[in-house]
Ligand binder design. Structure first.
Ligand code: GLU
Length: 539
């Protein structure tokens, strides 16, 4: 049976790179009726954040990626957080030590730095090798008592390592480039390399799908598997995803974009921005000089304060920008993999059906945001009304929108009449006017100037109000008839009538279709808003 695993280190939000890895592990498992395991690799006590593991799970669920074993689900191979499996690792660590395949080291950080500096001088990287006589357990105890850091290193075998990767075929790593490496840190925790290899064996993982950045780790992992008598799973190292702004797609994209905007916009009140971000002037200055990057929540606060949107990078960012999970799954699946032919827009079921491990690309892929937006438009169009309503309500909750209400009929109508929307955020933005108080409408001054304050915009709005007053029964059809009649009478296009009305009742030039907008707002509120607008901008 095919068994895959997604093994995130819970150091922050799940970003699209991680989501892509999880997706392929899941597609592989589903295609072969196998199992996917979620394993939390939390042995790096310094880097873990307590809420990240939960956030990762929420993000995976939002994407529709369900694991068969792991946290919250359980399974026969638990526990699924590495921090709860320390006794298991100890057993294998002791075995390697006893067999002389791993050994204690007592180097201080200063000593290690000196070794590294020396290697650097010779234009080499540090290749650590075991001493001729390995330290004993008693030596380790003595070092501990002396307060020296005690680590354990794996002794690389005396040979070149040849590993097989589905994407890159055979890769050879030369013996003299493979250093002995730490498998147990001085805090007693195993490193990722060791815990990962033990768990992959015990969890009977058959296929490891992960990012190319792990290719360098694989000779180490395979060497440990050989030493411990473990099986070597099939390895797939996926190619890199590039950002449109150059370089590898990374979490740095958001701070980078923010910094550029702050620098390019001349009139930003930096003191106010610093206060809004909750940092001090020193930190702000370091950020603007490119010397430090504040945490993501701080970056988000600054973007919020400036009213700008930054390029999405974490799964939650895409969620908040109104992308559908179906879109993300489809888009991510085409980064470094293809289904053959020129098929692009695909449902998740189609992806599962046609998934083929031999179709990963060697070349890098591009994270094309325009393409993502067009995928989203297409998936919004394709989705059933029920599913779309479900996602829209979920979106309203996530962004804590004023549009959120219990009236499913109304929300379904809002979704329906906004046909062609590119994102759920577009729909939400267009519908806000319905939920505002009449005398507290948010006017977009650009729209007001362009439509109402130019020529006879306000006069037309007054006329539209008068005409609507005469309308008996209110329906989109009767409103359309009435407005078209007025346009004809005045010998102008419908836009000349509809736009002033739109700005008058919505505060801007984007709203759902105007006939529906009036109908949903109702006659009294429409007339009230027209009156308020006329008073506000008339002389
Ligand atoms: N915890 C590792 C990471 O997040 C997993 C790497 C692997 O799949 O082996 O990068």
């Amino acid at each position: 049976m095919v068994v895959t695993r997604f093994a995130p280190s819970p150091t922050g939000y799940l970003h699209v790179g991680g989501a892509r890895t999880a997706l392929f592990c899941w597609l592989m498992a589903r295609h072969h009726n196998g199992r996917m395991i979620l394993r939390i690799e939390d042995t790096d006590q310094k880097r873990n954040t307590p809420t990240a593991a939960k956030q990762v799970q929420d993000d995976l669920r939002w994407l529709g990626i369900e694991w068969d074993e792991g946290p919250e689900v359980g399974g026969p191979n638990g526990p699924y957080a590495q921090s709860e499996r320390l006794d298991i690792y100890k057993k294998y660590m002791d075995k390697l030590l006893a067999e002389g395949k791993a050994y204690y080291c007592f180097d201080t950080p200063e000593e290690l730095k000196a070794m590294r500096d020396q290697a650097e001088k010779a234009k080499k990287s540090l290749i650590y090798r075991a001493p001729a006589v390995l330290p004993t357990e008693a030596d380790a105890q003595k070092a501990r008592e002396e307060g020296r850091p005690v680590t354990v290193r794996f002794a690389m075998p005396d040979k070149d390592m040849v590993i097989t990767d589905v994407v890159r075929d055979e890769c050879t790593f030369k013996r003299d480039e493979l250093s002995d490496f730490i498998i147990q840190k001085s805090d007693g925790f195993p490193t990722y390399h060791f815990a990962c290899v033990v768990d992959d064996e015990l969890m009977e993982i058959t296929h490891i799908i992960r990012g190319q950045e792990h290719l360098m780790n694989t000779p180490w992992h395979v060497a440990m598997q050989e030493s411990l008598g473990f099986k070597t799973p099939v390895y797939v190292h996926m190619s890199v995803t590039m950002s449109e702004t150059g370089g590898k797609l990374s979490k740095r994209e958001r701070p980078k974009a923010l910094k550029n905007i702050i620098k390019q916009t001349g009139d930003i009140d930096l003191d106010a921005l610093t206060a809004a971000a909750g940092i001090d002037a020193e930190e702000m200055s370091r950020f603007l000089k490119g010397k430090a990057v504040p945490d993501m929540p701080v970056i988000d606060k600054m973007a919020g304060y400036l009213g700008i949107s930054l390029p999405e990078i974490n799964v939650v960012d895409f969620m908040k920008s109104g992308y559908l999970p179906e879109t993300m799954v489809n888009f991510l699946a085409l980064l470094g993999w293809n289904p053959g032919g020129d098929r692009e827009i695909m449902t998740t079921d189609e992806l599962i059906e046609c998934f083929d491990i031999s179709r990963f690309a060697k070349s890098n892929s591009l994270f094309d945001r325009k393409k993502l937006l067009s995928f989203n438009t297409e998936h919004i169009r394709m989705l059933s009304p029920e599913k779309l309503l479900f996602h829209f309500k979920n979106y309203l909750k996530i962004v804590n929108s004023v549009v959120l209400c219990d009236d499913d009929k109304l929300l379904a109508r809002l979704v329906r009449i906004n046909e062609g929307a590119r994102t759920l955020a577009d729909i939400e933005r267009k519908c806000r006017f319905l939920f505002a108080d009449d005398d507290d409408l948010d006017y977009d001054m650009k729209s007001v100037k362009k439509v109402l304050l130019k020529k006879d915009g306000l006069a037309m709005l007054g006329l539209v109000g008068e005409t609507l007053k005469g309308l008996g029964e209110l329906s989109p059809a009767s409103i359309e008839k009435c407005l078209r009649g007025l346009a004809e009478e005045k010998e102008v296009g419908l836009g000349k009538v509809a736009q002033p009305l739109r700005v008058g009742i919505c505060g801007n030039t984007v709203s759902p279709p105007i006939f529906d907008s009036v109908d949903m707002l109702g006659m009294d509120r429409t007339l009230n808003r027209i009156e308020i607008t006329l008073k506000k901008f008339g002389d």
